[in-house]
Design a protein around this ligand. Structure first.
Ligand code: ASP
Length: 305
């Protein structure tokens, strides 16, 4: 058994540990943990507390992957919905599809009894409004949101793009690996933008025969390299966990252009080893780790590649 999650996971991590210790399946333990993160206003990148898109609407993305069946459920750009990881699990369980987006995902949520949530935190709304007021002149402010959004999207620089995600990875007592993600995506994103968090292979991947991986920060990078799948495929081809992570990181570091912020790769292998690395000389970030025998989960620091 092992549980790994990124720094944003704090409000939910011990709930995921408790669920695993009670004999829960890895996937269910991760979704239980993520539900607490999505509801916590203190987490300023996921669910309530996250950031809206360019027109002030919350659009959340989430996903789950069962590493034993290789089943995936994903939802993207979902309006009015806090618990997108749980919703993604229902897509996996109830539909012949892998991914639903936008109003279709919300319709599905209504059909299975998920509440309509007010996901926009008042402080996020205030910061969004201030940002917009900086960018717009009086005429555009009066016409908003019926103004061209492309120039606004391009006016915001990389450091101003607040972003993060929560990712949970684990292996249960039966050796089943799983991964789950949830995010509000980039702050001020173009409406409808999907990052890597709902994209299997990019933001997450799990295969119980080898291990699991999940990424945070700029999805526009990891989608170009299928980074999470690259890590698991490296394990499949016989690389050590260290080498698999380093190979996947090399591909990211070779990318040219675009917003190339500090991706963090979280990975574990079927032998319960783990590794968390920060790219681009980014600052080390903390992450959460637990394995049997530990009295409590530990907050640890990533390595820099
Ligand atoms: N990966 C997420 C995205 O691109 C955001 C993040 O983790 O910072 O939407």
């Amino acid at each position: 058994m092992i549980l790994l999650a990124n720094t944003e996971a704090e409000p939910g991590f011990s709930h995921a540990v408790d669920s695993l210790l009670a004999g829960g399946a890895a996937l269910d333990a991760l979704v239980t943990g993520i539900g607490h993160v999505e509801a916590a206003p203190s987490v300023r990148s996921v669910g309530y507390g996250g950031w809206p898109n360019m027109v002030g609407d919350m659009e959340c993305d989430g996903a789950v992957m069962d590493g034993t069946t290789l089943s995936v459920g994903a939802v993207g750009a979902v309006p009015r919905t806090l618990h997108v990881a749980a919703l993604a699990r229902e897509v996996m369980r109830r539909l012949p599809h892998v991914m639903l987006t936008g109003e279709g995902a919300r319709r599905f949520a209504n059909e299975i009894g998920f509440t309509e949530d007010d996901v926009l935190h008042p402080d996020s709304k205030r910061v969004w409004r201030e940002k917009l007021d900086d960018l717009l002149d009086d005429e555009a402010r009066a016409a908003f949101p019926d103004v061209p959004l492309i120039p606004l999207s391009n006016a915001i620089t990389d450091p101003e793009r607040v972003r993060d995600t929560t990712v949970f990875l684990g292996i249960d007592a039966g050796g089943n690996a799983a991964v789950a993600t949830s995010t509000s995506g980039w702050a001020w994103k173009y409406p409808g933008r999907l990052g890597d968090s709902p994209i299997p292979g990019a933001g997450f991947y799990a295969d119980s025969r080898y291990g699991a991986a999940a990424c945070t920060h700029t999805g526009e990078m990891t989608m170009r390299c299928a980074t999470s799948h690259a890590v698991v495929q490296g394990l499949k081809f016989g690389l050590s966990l260290d080498a698999a992570v380093e190979r996947a990181a090399e591909d990211l570091l070779a990318l040219k252009g675009g917003f190339i912020g500090e991706v963090v790769i979280h990975a574990l292998d079927k032998n319960n080893k783990h590794r968390v690395v920060t790219l681009r000389g980014g600052k080390p970030v903390s992450y959460w780790f637990w394995e049997p025998g530990m009295a409590a989960p530990e907050r640890r620091q990533s390595e820099q590649l």
